[in-house]
Design a protein around this ligand. Structure first.
Ligand code: ZN
Length: 147
């Protein structure tokens, strides 16, 4: 058995994440459309991998998803594309980054990639609900988008 991850607390999270990315890249429903949300959750639960904005864009994306669902995410990504950036997670959004002197959270997430994966295969049934719970649990630990 793999040891729990020091960042997110799940077992075998790296392997699970690669499995999820493979599903995302197949562009099949329900995984493909949720790719940006899944990646944002995973990065925010592994803060060492966040881009220079300290997770501001990823948190903004999760907030948009929880508030307005995929249409809100699509609008956000559309704006990022218009701003000549193909990686929404690499975009800076002032006010949402980790405040100076405050550490990014470590662990304590009620939902991790392990729960979303279930038996390790990310079953399609209920997948969007599990991703929503993943996003909510992630933002809960990170706190409000604009501290
Ligand atoms: Zn992990």
């Amino acid at each position: 058995m793999t040891d729990p991850c020091g960042a997110c607390g799940a077992r075998g999270c790296e392997e699970l994440f690669h499995g999820l990315l493979a599903l995302d890249h197949s562009r099949a429903e329900p995984w493909g459309p949720l790719h940006g949300v899944s990646v944002s959750c995973f990065l925010l639960q592994h803060p060492a991998r966040l881009p220079a904005d300290g997770g501001a864009a990823a948190r903004g994306l999760l907030r948009a998803y929880l508030d307005g669902g995929l249409p809100a995410v699509d609008r956000l990504i559309g704006r990022a594309r218009a701003a000549n950036s193909h990686r929404v997670t690499g975009r800076s959004a002032p006010g949402g980054a980790v405040p100076p002197g405050r550490e990014a959270p470590r662990g304590g997430f009620a939902v991790t990639v392990e729960e979303v994966a279930q038996d390790g295969t990310f079953p399609a049934a209920g997948f969007p609900d599990r991703v929503r719970a993943w996003a909510a649990a992630t933002l809960e630990v990170w706190g409000p988008v604009s501290p």
